[in-house]
Design a binder for this molecule. Structure first.
Ligand code: NAD
Ligand code: ZN
Length: 375
């Protein structure tokens, strides 16, 4: 067991010179109801001058709401509303960067993402591409970013993905769905204001919350597990159990899910996700199924890999009367299924974390196809 842990820790580094990964953390974070109102003061010290704007990328679900009137927009700042209906794309990042560059002579003082994982990832990617030439797709991978990004702030309005704390921004490109994983991706500042998550629809609350729960199960049951990941993963799992299986006040529940998301993200930072995420990537790539619901659709059928985790998932699902859609993969051709299998099997570190070095002897294309066919 000890040896295994040591192997896992060494596997994670991305640079050949590193024995153990030296990963960045968010250097500044505010937590508390109403803390969003501190954003203006926080930005003030980062403003270069009146011609260097702050760009606010805001989920368009907030258009016309009271939250927009609280955005500390001054000088030539701009609010850009973006739909979170679809997951972020590399072309979308490029278009936003072009738009900003055309409109302003000066590099922005900052980029602020306000929304769920979709908007947080877009803000991270735009901040990177404002200082790094080329297209977002050139940076999909590990440590390809060379220059520090523009100062960027994340304000989550729904809890679960851990995107507020991670060093990646997951983008759908023309060739692949892959993150820009780099030391420059991580936010410079995060504002955790649980009140902002008040308007989330119940189903979406569950799907994104389950993303966090699944991060915990995959991290805690993986071969990459180590004391660092375990400490965060166990805390996040306890918080998820409280939120989804006990009667908390709404305010308590929002606070706890926001912290679960943070801890879940920290847990996978030093380990990896597993089978559900690998299969969910395949679903997302071919069918555009979003991350949270995609994970749920897959995870319900993974009792063979995560027996206790899946049993608890069903309990949570029943408690909150969530009906997952059925028959998603029913109409798919053999060709479609093959594409999904190949995307899923391409996620090698996820499989290795889940099943160990000999994962290829356990998981076969047929096996994956049989799981997809159940969805
Ligand atoms: P999301 O950002 O896609 O939003 C889901 C829905 O909730 C949208 O319709 C959005 O408009 C709505 N919404 C958000 N906040 C709301 C609020 N306060 N009130 C009402 N509606 C609200 O959801 P998500 O699940 O947080 O993010 C999914 C994305 O995160 C995917 O693109 C996935 O790839 C990415 N992700 C990134 C990481 C990372 O580490 N970078 C990790 C996991 C997932
Ligand atoms: Zn996830």
């Amino acid at each position: 067991m000890e040896i295994k842990k040591e192997i896992a820790l060494k596997k994670i580094p991305t640079r050949a010179s590193e024995k153990y990964r030296n990963f960045p953390m968010v250097p500044r974070v505010v937590f508390g109801n109403g803390s969003f109102d501190q954003l203006g003061e926080i930005l003030l010290s980062k403003r270069k001058h009146s011609e260097a704007p702050v760009i606010f990328l805001v989920d368009d679900v907030f258009e016309g709401t009271e939250l927009v009137s609280r955005i500390p927009q001054i000088f030539c700042d701009q609010i850009i509303f973006v739909s979170a209906e679809e997951e972020p794309k590399t072309q979308q990042v490029d278009a936003l960067v072009d738009l900003i560059k055309k409109e302003y002579q000066e590099l922005p003082s900052g980029v602020v993402g306000i929304g769920g994982g979709t908007l947080l990832d877009l803000a991270k990617a735009v901040a990177i591409l404002l200082t790094n030439n080329g297209s977002a797709q050139d940076y999909q991978g590990w440590d390809l970013v060379r220059k520090k990004a523009v100062y960027h702030v994340g304000v989550p309005t729904i809890s679960g993905t851990g995107a507020e704390v991670s060093r990646t921004t997951v983008l759908l490109g023309p060739e692949k769905k892959l993150g820009i994983n780099s030391d420059y991706t991580t936010f410079d500042q995060v504002i955790l204001d649980p009140e902002l998550t008040q308007g989330v629809a119940k189903e979406q609350w569950f799907y994104t919350g389950m993303d966090c729960y699944i991060h915990c199960i995959e991290s805690l049951n993986g071969t990459y597990l180590n004391a660092f990941s375990q400490s965060y993963g166990e805390k996040a799992l306890d918080l998820c159990k409280e939120v989804f299986l006990t009667d908390l006040s709404d305010a308590d529940s929002r606070d706890k899910l926001m912290m679960a998301s943070w801890h879940g993200g920290m847990s996978i930072a030093y380990s990896q996700v597993g089978v559900a995420h690998a299969l969910s990537y395949g679903l997302g790539y071919r069918l555009g199924v979003k991350h949270g619901i995609g994970n749920c659709l897959v995870f319900q059928h993974l009792e063979e890999f995560y027996p206790e985790g899946v049993a608890l998932f069903h309990k949570m699902k029943e408690r909150h009367k969530i009906n997952l859609p059925k028959g998603i993969c029913k109409e798919l051709s053999e060709e479609d299924l093959n594409v999904m299998v190949s995307v899923a099997m391409g996620m090698e570190p996820l499989w290795e974390n889940a099943l160990g070095e000999n994962w290829k002897s356990v998981i076969t294309p047929e096996k994956i196809k049989s799981i997809y066919k159940k969805i």
